[in-house]
Ligand binder design. Structure first.
Ligand SMILES: Cc1cc2nc3c(=O)[nH]c(=O)nc-3n(C[C@H](O)[C@H](O)[C@H](O)COP(=O)(O)OP(=O)(O)OC[C@H]3O[C@@H](n4cnc5c(N)ncnc54)[C@H](O)[C@@H]3O)c2cc1C
Length: 459
């Protein structure tokens, strides 16, 4: 016997639960299936736990700088990692439980725990239960990718998920991968008291960013005695007298880094290989990401893919935006599209990096006539008052339309302040709107008009 529903949602990431609410509110029968923790990556092993731990690391860092702010801390500032973990578990757990309770409280919504698999384009099997629906939404997210590094199966290593379970301080944490995830873990563990080395294959950390941004972030990390080994062309892992050797073959320096623990953070892979997509006829690309159109429809009518698994975004906000696009198309006849959204994200190191729009490299490639400005945080009064003067505000605008093309705000509050520019980009308004606006003093945002008054031809 199979159960017939109006909609089936697979996965409770950042899109599925909100979509279930919409179906429920519309009086339609919906089932949502989760095989592991409610709320997916963001709430359990991604954004929420890491930012909670980043907050602990920041507090320890400020405490160590007490003398600068006019107070003394007796003795060394020591982090009790068990308590840091307990706080993180508490915050994450609350959000995750909240998602489950919210879903279980919905009318017309069946919540099922288990691994979902397609049997056919409109049939899904979970725990021997057969569900049928005309509309199926895939929100299965992704997981840490395990690269084929020589020796990877010979040594224990962590990924972002298993890092969440450790309640001890690694003596020397070697992080393979100088991307967003790697850098956040690097700074937090350094501030907790570990020695940290980042091993990066490419020439720069956060390689998609402009070189000046990447270099400034590197300097911030190195100032905290985090070691960075770029150009590690041939990474390998091996056991070495109770420790772990990470072979790096860097152009400079010794050919290996010896650490006590290794975190591999080199990218993500979608959870699509065990979903029976072939039985439904749903197409994926070579890396397993589900192919979707501008409204997140797959090639099979009645099946959509939302969130990280469609390869159109890799953030909580992109997944949630996917939900909004699908729901507005479905329930409001509002023809929203993925291509309408503007690239935006943050790196949550301290200070954070807030990014929106194009990088300098992308602007150069586009061939557009542009103007640009770069203003140091050391000139921002709020940053000086907080003794947090690292970084800069960098903005580029189109010389003809005067619209903002892109920005990088590396500095205190950069993750929040960037929204001023992002919103003006969505409004398609000229930068002069921000330039002429009166902003509050003292804030970082009040320097956006100042910076925009110093535009020069884009180099
Ligand atoms: C360390 C780290 C830090 C991050 N920090 C940030 C940040 O600060 N800001 C930000 O915007 N993004 C951040 N991200 C990215 C963010 O977590 C993801 O982009 C976001 O969670 C994507 O959500 P999603 O909706 O695609 O699915 P996910 O959150 O991955 O959820 C998918 C769910 O589907 C379930 N599932 C999978 N397959 C099946 C199946 N066959 N049957 C049933 N259930 C299934 C999974 O168990 C999971 O619960 C971070 C990621 C990591 C790894």
């Amino acid at each position: 016997m199979s159960q017939h529903l109006d909609a089936i949602i697979i996965g409770t990431g950042q899109a599925g639960p909100s979509l279930a609410e919409r179906f429920s509110a519309a009086g339609m029968a919906v089932a949502i299936i989760e095989r592991h923790k409610f709320g997916g990556t963001c709430l359990n092993t991604g954004c929420t736990p890491t930012k909670t731990m980043v907050a602990s690391a920041y507090a320890a860092h400020v405490a160590r700088r007490g003398a600068e702010f006019g107070f003394d801390v007796k003795g060394d500032v020591r982090v009790d990692i068990k308590r840091v973990k307990a706080r993180k578990d508490d915050v994450s757990g609350q959000w995750s439980r909240g998602v489950e309770e919210r879903l279980r409280g919905l009318r017309n919504c069946t919540v099922i725990r288990g691994q979902a698999r397609f049997e056919s384009p409109h049939t899904v099997v979970v725990n021997d239960e057969v569900l049928e629906a005309d509309k199926i939404y895939i929100n299965v997210g992704g997981r840490a990718w395990v690269p084929a590094i020589p020796g990877i199966h010979d040594v224990p290593f962590f990924n972002n998920s298993s890092m969440m379970d450790i309640d001890f301080l690694p003596e020397h944490l070697v992080i393979v991968g100088g991307g967003y995830v790697g850098l956040e873990f690097a700074q937090m563990y350094r501030r907790f008291g570990s020695e940290v080395t980042i091993v990066e294959m490419g020439p720069h950390l956060i390689g998609r960013e402009d070189e000046d941004v990447s270099q400034a972030v590197r300097e911030i990390l190195e100032a905290e005695e985090i070691r960075v080994r770029p150009d590690a062309k041939c990474i390998s892992l091996a056991k070495r007298e109770g420790q772990i050797s990470v072979g790096v073959e860097c152009k400079e320096g010794p050919p290996e880094v010896i650490g006590t623990h290794v975190l591999v953070a080199v990218g993500r892979t979608p959870n699509t290989s065990d979903l029976g997509l072939d039985r439904a006829g749903v197409m994926t690309n070579q890396r397993g990401y589900i192919t979707v159109d501008d409204q997140l429809k797959t090639n099979v009518p009645g099946i959509w893919a939302l969130g990280d698994c469609n390869g159109r975004g890799a953030f909580t906000h992109t997944s949630y935006n996917d939900y909004q696009i699908v729901a507005d198309n479905l329930f409001n006849a509002d023809h929203r599209r993925v291509s309408d959204r503007i690239q935006a994200y943050a790196l949550y190191t301290d200070p954070p990096l807030g990014r929106c729009g194009m990088t300098d490299a992308e602007i150069r490639k586009s061939g557009r006539a542009a103007l640009a400005t770069k203003y140091p945080m050391s000139g921002v009064s709020r940053a000086v008052e907080k003794s947090e003067i690292q970084g800069f505000i960098k903005i580029a605008v189109d010389a003809e339309t005067k619209q903002i093309l892109g920005a990088a705000i590396l500095g205190t509050g950069g993750d929040e302040v960037v929204h001023v520019l992002l919103d003006i980009m969505y409004a398609k308004a000229p930068y002069t709107v921000v330039q002429r606006a009166m902003h509050l003093h003292p804030t970082v945002a009040e320097y956006l008009p100042t910076s925009l008054s110093q535009l020069e031809p884009f180099a």
